[in-house]
Write a protein that binds this ligand. Structure first.
Ligand SMILES: Cc1ncc(COP(=O)(O)O)c(C=O)c1O
Length: 412
């Protein structure tokens, strides 16, 4: 008899963690169910029907009329990479305002696409004023501004409406990564004149990572369609090639992905059907609740967590007027070992809170209240457990004050 190693024989049984970090978070139960739904073929009319439905749902989620609203298969970074590599030709100029780790990611991806990147920076914990962006555009004359909306590394939310106006007036394409903010903070693609937006599921949309919804407006499409090249094996006489240089990535070639999602259904990848089911469910879940109600729920639970950590005698990080609704940064108190606290939260209470990156590493924790976990019971359990762990690690605090402070926010 063949020996089956013990681990292969075991049922998959992860511990029942409560994920209160900056994402991923626990999925909505209906999203989990959707992922275990049986597959159909990729050109089955049922499947293409689901694809069309998903496009329509995400138009609502992004608050846009953009026809080209679809999914890139892969995590949020796949959406970012597809957006940048499809638009940027070697030598193209891009302006990246960096206010945290993910601005650096945009820079890195744009540079790999061969673009000439000009970045401007503010200290982590702050955001840009519109005049700063306008001045940088006038000085550098980029083809595109690529920015993050909510940067989870700092918890800050960059206001975008005025930047959209500026980019339209100065004829610059505006691309935005709204992975961490969508669903928990306002994002109005058309009203704010955003030309291209990409997101992910694993934050306020309450799904797992692995699908990147994107939306593309006419100005962005004009740029990428100049680089349209249909693969030889599927090309017909009526397919034309754009005059621009060929997009350097095949997998992230958005004109080809658009053709796959379009009426012609030109073969590209095999759509990740289980992730599409999941992305569809995340959108339905959000729209059933109502976009504004979902944002309000993130706001009240985020405010309760903020008041709660202050009640635990902790200091929040950054300029709070620009804090995202769904995550708060908290300074690790002097004399307390931040990793020991996270370890005890995880192993004694099954609760995960986040560490941090770069200049904030070892200085702050990040605590999220997002998606399925933007709920009072999650806030109370986290604060109550954190109180115990902090007290046992020598931090001075008043008993019960974290939960009480959070409760008074809900009581308002
Ligand atoms: C703003 C932002 N952009 C991009 C990403 C990268 O997402 P992924 O890990 O799904 O590729 C994250 C993940 O935390 C994020 O917060």
């Amino acid at each position: 008899m063949t020996h089956i190693p013990h681990s292969r024989n075991n049922l998959l049984a992860p511990p029942p963690r409560l994920l209160m970090g900056p994402g991923p978070i626990n999925c909505y139960p209906r999203v989990l169910n959707a992922m275990s739904t049986q597959l159909v073929g990729q050109y089955d009319p049922v499947m293409t029907g689901y694809m069309n439905e998903t496009m329509a749902l995400y138009r609502e989620v992004f608050m846009t009329q953009n026809k080209q609203t679809l999914l890139v298969d892969g995590t949020s970074r796949a959406g970012i990479e597809a957006m940048l590599v499809s638009a940027l030709e070697p030598g193209d100029k891009v302006l990246v305002p960096i206010f945290g780790r993910f601005g650096h990611l945009l820079t890195e991806i744009a540079e790999r696409a061969g673009a000439q990147v000009h970045s401007i920076e503010v200290p982590w914990g702050e955001v840009f004023q519109p005049e700063q962006i306008e001045a940088a555009i006038k000085q550098f004359q980029p083809k595109m501004v690529a920015t993050v909306q909510g940067d989870t590394s700092t918890t800050m939310l960059q206001p975008l409406a005025e930047i959209g106006e500026i980019c339209r007036r100065l004829d610059v394409i505006l691309y935005c990564d709204a992975t961490a903010s969508i669903g928990g903070n306002a994002l109005e693609t058309d009203n704010w004149k955003l030309d291209a937006v990409s997101v992910g599921l694993q934050k306020c949309l309450g799904g797992p990572s692995g699908s990147a919804p994107i939306t593309m407006g006419e100005r962005y499409l004009e740029v990428i369609n100049k680089r349209r090249h249909v693969e030889a094996g599927i090309r017909n006489e009526h397919h034309y090639a754009g005059e621009g240089s060929r997009i350097r990535s095949n997998y992230f070639d958005l004109p080809m992905i658009i053709d796959y999602w379009g009426d012609e259904r030109l073969n590209h990848h095999t759509e990740a059907a289980s992730m599409l089911y999941c992305a569809r469910e995340c959108a339905i879940n959000l729209l059933d609740e109502g976009i504004q109600s979902c944002i309000d729920r993130h706001k009240v639970n985020g405010d309760a967590m903020l008041a709660g950590v202050q009640g635990l005698n902790l200091t929040p990080f950054g300029d709070l007027q620009y804090k995202m609704n769904n995550v708060v940064g908290v300074y690790i108190p002097q004399g307390v070992d931040g990793e020991a606290v996270r370890h005890q939260m995880l192993h004694n209470f099954n609760i995960e809170i986040g560490t941090s990156f770069g200049p904030l590493h070892g200085k702050i924790w990040r605590i999220g209240t997002m998606g399925y976990n933007a709920r009072p019971d999650c806030v109370f359990n986290t604060l109550q457990s954190l109180e115990t762990v902090l007290r046992r690690n020598g931090h001075k605090l008043g008993l019960g004050e974290g939960v009480d402070a959070a409760m008074s926010v809900y009581g308002k």
